[in-house]
Design a protein around this ligand. Sequence first.
Ligand SMILES: [Zn+2]
Ligand SMILES: [Zn+2]
Length: 345
Amino acid sequence: MRCALYYSNKDIKIIEKNVPKITDGEVLMRVEASGICGSDVIEWYRRDKVPLVLGHEVTGVITGVGKNVKGYKVGDRICAAHHVPCNTCKYCLSGHQTVCETLRTTNFDPGGFSEFLRLPEINVKNGVYLLPDSVSFEKGTFVEPLACVVRGQRLAGVKPADTVVVIGSGLAGLLHINLLRATGASRIIATDINGKRLEYAKKFGADYVFNAGDKNIDLPEAVKEINDGFLADIVILSTGADNAIVQGLKSVRRGGTVLFFGAADEGAKLPLSINEIFWRTEVTLLSSYAGSILDHRAALELIRSKRINVKDMITNRLPLKDIARGFELTAKAQDSLKVIINPND
Ligand SMILES: [Zn+2]
Ligand SMILES: [Zn+2]
């Protein structure tokens, strides 16, 4: 089988590998669609682990099941999670399944940008979701990224009628905006430095958009003007740029919440004083990482019910041999949103 071996965003080689062999508790899947994630192109995060086969937003068909596998059969259409929790450790039992030590060490083999994948036993148990007939393979690749977004908003406690600012309107930011629209936030304010992305932000549900590159815009003041004199109930940081993060921190109301979603730029720091952020503010700074089983199930249901318009977020479809182009588009982060690779094309 063919798979894509990643060295850097500009160096990806298509190699031949044997189709993995499965044992009694394992499943073999043929990958039908595999999304490129924003985290796939963070070079500093991958630097010490390369070369490796990336790809963790996958859907496909089961082509082999071990004799002890229950609940799945050859021909099933599935979505599979790469990292899965143990469900028994201190982290899992306290509701933080996504920081579980097991979750950090589990993975499918060799990675989503491959014709076939072996799902180890624990992945089969805690990370396989049957795709309803109405959910295409392409749409199913959004289960993982949307699960991360669902989790972030769940932990942040977003409520109907909240005013929410989303800083950064890349793919993750747009999923946040679309979910806010679906779950009833009353004022959705989005920023980005790219005009095209601000158009997307409007399309997917933002009520107000601001170009963060425009020096004449004072975001906290703009939020107050929109929100009856108040800053935002919730700010979602969906960008790594530190000046954008400062703008976000200054845009939350007293008693509000700032969600740190995703990785910041390498070495990014908070140049604000602790007193400025916390003293007499009761502001909560919160982070979320990845998605739990509950979040994956919710994401799949939001996609099935079409509450989230993932279809229109797909801008590029490429065969495996053109994956380098897909990484280039995702790393540039200009007009493209989600790039889907079809490893069997
Ligand atoms: Zn991802
Ligand atoms: Zn655990």
